[in-house]
Design a protein around this ligand. Structure first.
Ligand code: RNT
Ligand code: ZN
Length: 418
C-alpha cells in the first residue's frame, strides 16, 4: 500500500479527531501498550501434545477440517510467530497444560512439572513474548463429567494435584518473564441430565478450589471461568456464573468472562463495571458465539466493540486482561488468529478515540440528544486511517495485505502438512 497515502489520510484523520478534542497520537500510544493474550489452541483445534489423536472432550468442540493444522510444538510455535508477525504491538501467548514439551514421555496431568514448560519459557523470552497458562480438565481418561467436583475422592485428588501443579508452573513462567502469568482455571464439570445434587457438586468444587489456592504465589494470578453449559453437559454446570462470582469476590480472585459463556442476549460489557468494583481484576476470553458458545473467530462486531469501549470507559486498561478464546477448524488457522487479534485491536482503538469527556459532559447536563448524536457520529469518524497508521508504524501489513502473506505461508508451509 502507498505509504504516502496512508500518511496523508492519517494527517486528515488526526485533524478531524483534534476538532473533537481527541489526540490520535495518545490513542496510538495506548494501543501500542495493550497486550493481547493469544490462545495457543486455535493452531491445532485444542489437540495439544499429550495424547495425540485423542478425542476433545469436556463439552467443547472444534468443527471443520481445514488442512494444515499444527502437529507438533515446532509447527505450533512457527504458526503463532507467523500470526504475530502480522499483528502490531507486543503480545502474550496463552498455553494450556496439554501443550507441554513432554518429549515423547507419558507425563500424566498430576505429574506435570515446570521443566515441561522450560522450552516454552525460553521460546517466549527469545521472541519477546509473555506467557499465560491454563489447567486442562478435558480430554483425559479421568475427565468424565466431573473433575474438581467429583464425589470420588481419588479422582478429585488427581485434579487438585493437577491444578496445584499448574499454579506452580504459572508462577515459574511469571518469575522468568518478570511479569505475572495469568492462570485460568476452567473446569468442564456438569451434567447432561437433571441432577438432584446441585449443591453437593458445588460444595465439592468450592472445597477443591480452596485447597488448590492455599499456596500463595508472587508471580502469578488466578482466575476462574464460568459458563452456561457444555455439549453433553446441558442441564447443569457446576462452575456457573453465580458460583464463580461468589467464589472470586469472597476469595479475592479474578473472574474470567468468556463472551460465549452467557445467555445470548446478555451483555458481557455490562458486567465489567460491576466486577471491577468487587474483584481485583478481570480476565476476558474474547470469542464470537454464533447462536451458542460456538467459538467462531472474533470479529469487529457490536459485542466486541461494546466490551472494548467499556474497558476504556471504566479506565480499566490496567485491570482488564484481554485474552482470545476461539477455535475455528474450518478456515486457515493462522488467518483466524490474525483476524481475531486485529479485530480486537480495531475495537480497542475505536474505544480509545471516543470523546468520552464531551459525552460525559452532555450526560451530566441531561443532554440526551447531544450524547446520542455524538455517539452516532463517532461511528463514521476516520478511525480506519488511524488504524492503518498503527499498522504502518508497526511494520505489519496495512489493511487486507495480510491475506497474501497468509496465503504464501499456506502454500509454502501449512499445505505441506499431510
Ligand atoms: C470452554 C472455555 C475454555 C476453553 C479453553 C480451551 O468453554 O471457554 O476457556 O475454551 O480453555
Ligand atoms: Zn474461555
Amino acid at each position: 500500500m502507498d505509504k504516502k497515502l496512508i500518511e496523508q489520510a492519517y494527517e486528515i484523520a488526526k485533524a478531524r479527531y483534534a476538532a473533537i478534542g481527541i489526540d490520535t497520537e495518545e490513542a496510538l500510544a495506548k494501543l501500542q501498550n495493550i497486550q493481547i493474550s493469544m490462545h495457543c489452541w486455535q493452531a491445532d483445534d485444542v489437540t495439544g501434545f499429550e495424547n495425540q489423536g485423542g478425542e476433545l472432550t469436556g463439552g467443547i468442540q472444534a468443527t471443520g477440517n481445514y488442512p494444515g493444522k499444527a502437529r507438533n510444538i515446532e509447527e505450533l510455535r512457527s504458526d503463532i510467530l507467523k500470526a504475530l508477525s502480522l499483528i502490531g504491538g507486543s503480545h502474550r501467548v496463552n498455553l494450556h497444560e496439554i501443550y507441554g514439551e513432554f518429549g515423547g514421555e507419558v507425563v500424566d496431568r498430576d505429574k506435570v512439572e515446570v521443566k515441561h514448560f522450560a522450552g516454552w519459557i525460553e521460546w517466549a523470552k527469545s521472541n519477546g513474548l509473555k506467557l499465560d497458562f491454563n489447567s486442562t480438565s478435558f480430554s483425559h481418561p479421568l475427565s468424565g463429567d466431573l473433575s474438581l467436583s467429583n464425589p470420588d475422592p481419588e479422582i478429585r485428588r488427581f485434579w487438585i494435584e493437577h491444578t496445584k501443579r499448574c499454579r506452580e508452573i504459572a508462577n515459574a513462567m511469571g518469575e522468568a518473564q518478570g511479569d505475572p502469568c495469568i492462570l485460568n482455571v476452567w473446569v468442564h464439570d456438569g451434567s447432561k441430565d437433571i441432577t438432584v445434587n446441585r449443591l453437593e457438586y458445588r460444595r465439592l468444587l468450592k472445597e477443591s478450589l480452596d485447597e488448590v489456592f492455599a499456596t500463595k504465589y508472587e508471580h502469578m494470578k488466578d482466575c476462574v471461568e464460568s459458563k452456561v453449559f457444555g455439549i453433553g453437559l446441558e442441564s447443569y454446570t457446576v462452575g456457573s456464573n453465580d458460583f464463580y462470582i461468589g467464589y472470586a469476590t469472597s476469595r479475592g480472585k479474578i473472574v474470567t468472562l468468556d463472551t460465549g459463556h452467557f445467555h445470548p442476549t446478555e451483555s458481557i460489557a455490562d458486567k465489567l463495571s460491576s466486577l471491577l468494583l468487587f474483584t481485583p481484576e478481570v480476565m476476558l476470553h474474547v470469542s464470537r458465539p454464533v447462536r451458542w458458545d460456538s467459538d467462531h473467530v472474533t470479529i469487529m462486531n457490536d459485542e466486541t466493540m461494546d466490551l472494548c469501549k467499556e474497558i476504556v470507559r471504566c479506565d480499566a486498561l490496567d485491570r482488564v486482561h484481554i485474552g482470545l478464546d476461539y477455535f475455528d477448524a474450518s478456515i486457515n488457522r493462522i488467518g483466524a488468529y490474525v483476524i481475531g487479534t486485529r479485530a480486537t485491536q480495531k475495537c480497542l482503538l475505536q474505544a480509545l478515540l471516543e470523546p468520552i469527556e464531551t459525552l460525559r459532559r452532555h450526560e451530566a447536563k441531561g443532554e440526551g440528544f447531544e450524547r446520542l448524536a455524538l455517539l452516532e457520529e463517532g461511528k463514521s469518524l476516520p478511525w480506519g486511517a488511524v488504524w492503518d497508521m498503527f499498522c504502518l508504524r508497526n511494520g505489519v501489513p496495512v489493511g487486507e495485505e495480510y491475506i497474501a502473506e497468509i496465503e504464501k505461508y499456506e502454500a509454502e508451509v501449512t499445505s505441506k502438512r499431510v
